[in-house]
Design a binder for this molecule. Structure first.
Ligand SMILES: [Zn+2]
Length: 199
């Protein structure tokens, strides 16, 4: 027998999530059906609001419900340093340490010739514009992951930014080669920021 269509649709929806196969999706679908109406409504509202109310900050590319984002609107942050990361999640990882108090810039990926991903596919143009129009920025810390693509992107950005007389540094890798910032523990990240070196 086949599942009634609403259940089949729900299973199908859960299966679009990363790492969720048919078995887990089926379990989640039946769990959802057993939830009370209020909880299901709240769940659905949260899903819709997250997509509708969030967008990328026009300055830094971080995810936000107000533009510019909270970090860019905070005058107590060190306006002289911009830390460049691959993903929004990396901003959270680094800011959680409460050790870095400067600004961020999110690339939304890395250069990857094999996947046909060039500079125009990343949030690089707005970084350059930002550096050109904001004299307060004295240092750009490149915190892309320690993967070949992350390294290549760091070198590309350094070549692009250095002629403007802005100091370009790279996180000290204490972070193991091939590792993602997202999974690094706080101590490792802290050391990486402290021991950054000029490139
Ligand atoms: Zn921002």
């Amino acid at each position: 027998m086949q599942y009634p269509e609403p259940i089949a649709k729900l299973i199908d929806s859960y299966m679009r999530l990363p790492g969720v196969g048919n078995k887990t999706a089926t379990r989640l679908a039946f769990f959802t059906i057993d939830m009370d109406q209020e909880s299901v409504d709240g769940f659905a509202d949260a899903l819709i609001a997250a997509k509708k109310d969030l967008h990328y900050c026009s300055i830094c590319g971080n995810i936000t419900d107000v533009d510019p984002c909270e970090i860019d609107r905070d005058p107590t942050r060190d306006q002289s340093t911009v830390l460049v990361v691959e993903q929004v999640k990396d901003v959270m990882s680094i800011d959680r340490m409460n050790e870095y108090h400067g600004l961020y810039h999110v690339l939304h990926g890395v250069l990857s010739p094999s996947e046909g991903k060039g500079p125009e596919d990343l949030n690089i143009e707005s970084l350059i514009k930002r550096l050109q129009t904001n004299d307060a920025i004295k240092e750009v810390i490149i915190a892309t992951n320690a993967t070949p693509e992350g390294e290549g992107t760091a070198m590309y950005l350094a070549r692009l930014i250095k002629p403007a007389g802005i100091k370009v540094t790279r996180l000290a890798y204490g972070l193991a080669v091939g590792s993602d910032i997202e999974y690094a523990d706080e101590m490792t990240l802290l050391k990486a920021v402290e021991g950054r070196t000029e490139i």
